[in-house]
Design a protein around this ligand. Sequence first.
Ligand code: PEP
Ligand code: MG
Length: 544
Amino acid sequence: METVRTLEGIGVGTRAVLAEVLRWSARQPLAAMAKSSLGPEIEVNTLSKAIVNLENQYAAKIKAAGNQELREILEAQCAFATDPELADLAKDFCEQGWDAPSALQLAMGEFKSLLEGAGGEFGERVADLDEIVYRLIQWMSGESDETVLPASGSFIIVADDLTPMDTIAFTDVVVGVVTKGGGPTSHTAIVCRARGIPAVVACAGADGLVNGQMVVIDPDASQVIINGSLADSDGDWWSVRPNLGAALIPVMANVGSVADAAQVKSAKGVGLLRTELFFLNNKVAPTRAEQQALYAQVLAAGPDGEIIVRTLDAGSDKPIAFLGIGREENPALGVRGQRVAAIAPKFYEDQLHAIKAAADAVKATGKKIDVWVMAPMIATIDEAQVFAKEARAAGITRVGIMVEIPAITRVIPHLKGVVDFLSVGTNDLSQYLFAADRVNSAVAALLNPWQPALLSTLEEIAADAAMAGIKVGVCGEAASDPLLAVVMAGLGINSVSASPSSVAAVTDLLSRVDVSAAKSAAMAARSATTARDAKAAAKGALLK
Ligand code: PEP
Ligand code: MG
């Protein structure tokens, strides 16, 4: 009998699965740059045909995308692929004598710097652009390296990393995913979470997995188990605890589209409405009326209860062309989030008024919603005061801020009387606390939300907010982990907001704990010195 071995990574989801490894084809290197032997006219023609073909491919995949998040990612990529500016740039390079694949690569290089100039760093969107170039060149070369999935069976896909075009091809035979790259907030993690596919990302040992090998993915333990069985995994461990009938703290949902809102109709409200996701592809600013119509649609489609709308969180990994954010060396530390309001005051003023008008219009239809507004990336009391004043002037009565920058965690007592609530964004809070770029898979382990320093920070935030009499929720991805949500409740957090596909699991586990169980889990986690031990300790406390 071979010995059981484990590979460490970052788990996505809670359900363990045993299946056969199927390696996803690795990308072939692009051909070297070359001058054309056919002449510009033929090269331009090839290029135009490739773009039309890719547009058709996207159209088919967008249609097939059962999931809104995935659809939006593909739509964004398609918009880049068919941008006339990109085609014009590439045609210019064809005219200069380059063959179509080379012209495209040169054009994309320029296109990237143009966009960087317009909207700051891209983070994962650079990968989107590379994906487009790869697909176009692949079509031009007449080759295809797409992995063909078997018609039946159950497989765990193993890859260096996956793009949205890859994940869209997944059928029901894909029951798990392991990637060497990626992180807790990468495309792969988002898509797997949304589709309920257990995954382990940022798994350095993934290279060693071979086709046909049977492995267990145990996302709850953030492990891939080799030569093991499901009995070695954590499985559905919490079902031994009786359901007490209601979640210990309210579980709200994170929403980024009308479809998300409709999907979480039964949640206890929306803890984060990411408004920037509506405008990622806009080249011109939407009018106040356009914004109002959009927000009204989401509010009408979503759940009753408290709906927390976040003002535009642009910049850094969320570039928005119409805001005029200049090129920055370190965009994650530059003009992003609420800081953008200083350079685009009209948009922010319009947005606050549009939110208020949409809320009033939807309430007038009889829908029982209470719309709150919060600002992202607040660092100082002064910034909180300015935002709160503007939001209240627009008629909004419940005003809050996100806690994502370590500086604001040090001055929470001074927020008394300034804001009505706080919402912790653990994605960015981790990024800034650990000096670890949230879109760089090389540092993903530092962004594990079970890191003791993050738990300690959450505990302090909860204690300071309670002293100041301000309610505090958590809306970062960390709150989509049911066990971590229980720990948060034990640390004194008042509500959590999870991704749409995680709301049910988070609600289920939070319905199986009382205050004292949550406190024991929190205390156990807080006494650990590593992320892995913190999670194991919390679980051990609930299984006692
Ligand atoms: C966060 O930073 O945790 C958060 C919820 O905001 P976003 O992920 O949209 O930056
Ligand atoms: Mg954030």
